[in-house]
Design a protein around this ligand. Structure first.
Ligand code: SAM
Length: 306
């Protein structure tokens, strides 16, 4: 049987100008399990006109001509060009990247998040993260955790980070993922003392105690003038807005900031808060109603309006 015939998921992808993203998300998003978008122009972009790649994972084989018609209709309305259209079944590896395998261990991108009872099961080619969540948040099954793991893996493919901060570490899942993926130091901070204990135990169980430091506290600790070139914070809208200035101060000039814990209807408020601090949106992953946002420093504070 052909790969196409047996595919469980399909990817529909194309490139559009930044200002057209919302219209295409509205057209294709309702049929997709995961919507991912990311800037193709990186730091060179002109706000608003930068090219972004949009990817929709859909559960049924799409009709390419229907897709072309929809793309042409939206592009025609906006008077823009669309490039790089690709409709393809997911490969085995990509299918794992969708993070949708219904298995006791949760497969997300390059990671497999599993409990201690699944220790004996091999996952060739994957980075295993063992999590005893206990009373702490972060089994990997929540859409926000998954969105952050996908964002981390995507960023790590493009560059090497030097020192990361995981604010609101919960079970420690994201800090452990970063340490295992990049072999870099990670400062993990958690306000809940119970979760601090859980995270420390998980860090030890994953053999990354020499890389991950778990600290109790409710805000981002300073690293002198060096800052963090990767910050991830999966918390909630209100604290994320409150701490915007402090978090951005801690980000290196070339750093990336991943934020999650918000719902789609809270996204505009969060983007506005971080644009006001000079950041621009650099990527976005949506799973269910939960967007994960990736920011970088902007050229004059530009970035996609939600
Ligand atoms: C949604 S969970 C995320 C856990 C884990 N990072 C993940 O992605 O699965 C948010 C965590 O942030 C913690 N938290 C909330 N506000 C915080 C703050 N101001 N500083 C540090 N941790 C905070 C909570 O106690 C909780 O453990």
């Amino acid at each position: 049987m052909s790969e196409a015939a047996t595919a469980l998921l399909w990817r529909v992808a194309f490139d559009v100008p930044e200002r057209a993203i919302a219209a295409f998300e509205a057209a294709f998003g309702p049929f997709a399990l995961t919507v991912t978008s990311y800037s193709l122009d990186g730091d060179r972009r002109t706000p608003g006109e930068a090219r972004w790649r949009l990817e929709f994972l859909v559960p049924t084989m799409p009709d390419p001509s229907a897709i072309e018609r929809t793309i042409a209709a939206v592009a025609g309305q906006l008077g823009i060009g669309v490039g790089g259209v690709a409709v393809a079944p997911l490969t085995e590896q990509d299918w794992v990247a969708a993070g949708l395998a219904q298995q006791p261990a949760t497969r997300i991108g390059r990671f497999v998040v599993r409990g201690p009872h699944e220790r004996g099961i091999a996952h060739p080619g994957k980075i295993a993260i063992e999590i005893e969540a206990g009373l702490a948040f972060g089994t990997g099954r929540h859409e926000t955790t998954a969105g952050c793991l996908i964002a981390i893996a995507r960023l790590a493919r493009r560059r090497r980070f030097r020192h990361a901060l995981d604010l609101g570490t919960g079970s420690g899942v994201l800090a452990i993922a970063i340490a295992k993926l990049g072999r870099i130091p990670v400062t993990a901070v958690e306000i809940d003392p119970v979760a601090v204990r859980v995270a420390r135990a998980n860090v030890r169980a994953n053999g990354v105690a020499s890389l991950v430091t778990v600290a109790g506290g409710g805000s981002a600790p300073a690293r002198g003038r060096r800052g963090y070139d990767l910050i991830v914070a999966n918390i909630l809208l209100t604290p994320l807005r409150r701490m915007a200035r402090r978090l951005v101060e801690r980000l290196t000039p070339d750093g990336r900031l991943i934020l999650a814990g918000i719902l789609v209807d809270e996204e505009a408020a969060l983007i506005a808060a971080y644009r006001a601090q000079g950041l621009a949106l650099d990527g976005r992953i949506q799973r269910g109603a939960w967007p994960t946002l990736v920011f970088r420093r902007g050229l004059g504070g530009g970035g996609r309006a939600a």
